[in-house]
Ligand binder design. Structure first.
Ligand SMILES: NC(=O)c1ccc[n+]([C@@H]2O[C@H](COP(=O)([O-])OP(=O)(O)OC[C@H]3O[C@@H](n4cnc5c(N)ncnc54)[C@H](O)[C@@H]3O)[C@@H](O)[C@H]2O)c1
Length: 255
């Protein structure tokens, strides 16, 4: 496979960092971005130690002025592959959901990916290649209680994916959404604690009775599987796959 320039958002931690590491080891150049410069710098330093070519970028995906400046900031290694990964969770009944928090989640996990795609599409078109890979969730397809903003944003991401697949069908650009069930990252660790409080049960019970129970395979999804799916989409085999939800759910939605 040709080596590509990949920009990952929210890659200082969890899935984004895991994908950056895996794809970097395959020889791709990584623009490693996160909401603070410090987070991005620390993660990029970890990649450098492994001989991976990476550059840290401070990028808040909710800030349109930062997005507007990105094409110029990344001109040295123009972005071939955009991985929209940044995200966060808020667990609460709708009646108690702070309105500004609801809007914030939608802004980071739906508007942000759309505006980043908007920014990079012209360059991808000019160069005749582009891959947009959204990190959605099993919650792009099904729902869980107490996660109304998250589920709405992740379902919205699928609608966005389908529209953009149609708008880019005339060139070698694809857009897809990876839909994992639970991956053990700091985001999920926080949810385990929050759900334990919401349901009034011990954390171990949240893992066994809530998180892993819907997955017949009964285990967390691993980071390498996420990265391998992205690598497939970037390569020749992925050329005709567009507008899809690519599901890594241990059988959750087979029931
Ligand atoms: N962990 C899971 O089980 C799971 C499952 C399905 C989907 N996802 C999705 O995967 C993505 C990554 O989640 P994770 O589990 O690695 O979480 P994480 O908390 O480990 O990492 C999220 C990263 O996003 C960054 N971020 C948050 N707000 C940002 C902003 N405004 N701009 C830029 N960066 C920002 C954080 O700084 C952090 O580095 C999210 O979109 C999440 O919804 C996670």
């Amino acid at each position: 496979m040709s080596t590509r320039h990949i920009l990952l958002t929210g890659a200082g931690s969890g899935i984004g960092y895991g994908m950056a590491e895996h794809l970097g080891r395959q020889g791709h150049f990584i623009w490693l971005s996160d909401i603070t410069q410090e987070r991005a710098d620390q993660a990029a330093a970890q990649l450098h130690k492994q001989g991976i070519q990476a550059q840290a970028l401070c990028l808040d995906v909710g800030d349109q002025s930062q997005i507007d400046a990105l094409v110029e900031r990344t001109a040295e290694h123009p972005v071939d592959v955009l991985i929209n990964n940044a995200g966060l969770q808020h667990v609460s009944k709708l009646e108690e959901f702070p309105p500004e928090r609801f809007s914030y989640l939608l802004n980071i996990m739906l508007t942000g990916p759309a505006m980043l795609t908007r920014a990079f599409l012209p360059g991808m078109r000019d160069r005749g290649y582009g891959r947009i890979i959204n990190v959605g969730s099993i919650h792009s397809l099904v729902a869980s209680p107490f996660k109304s903003a998250y589920v709405a944003a992740k379902h919205g991401l699928m609608g966005f994916t389908k529209v953009l697949a149609l708008e880019t069908a005339d060139t070698d650009i694809t857009i897809n959404t990876l839909c994992p069930s639970y991956v053990k990252t700091p985001l999920v660790e926080q949810q385990i604690a929050a759900q334990a409080q919401e349901h009034g049960i011990p954390e171990q019970q949240v893992i066994s009775e809530i998180m892993l129970k819907p997955m017949p395979k009964g285990e967390f999804i691993d980071l390498a599987a996420m990265a391998e799916y992205a690598a497939f989409l970037m390569g020749a085999g992925g050329r005709h796959v567009t507008g899809q939800a690519l599901v890594l759910d241990g059988g959750w939605t087979a029931r």
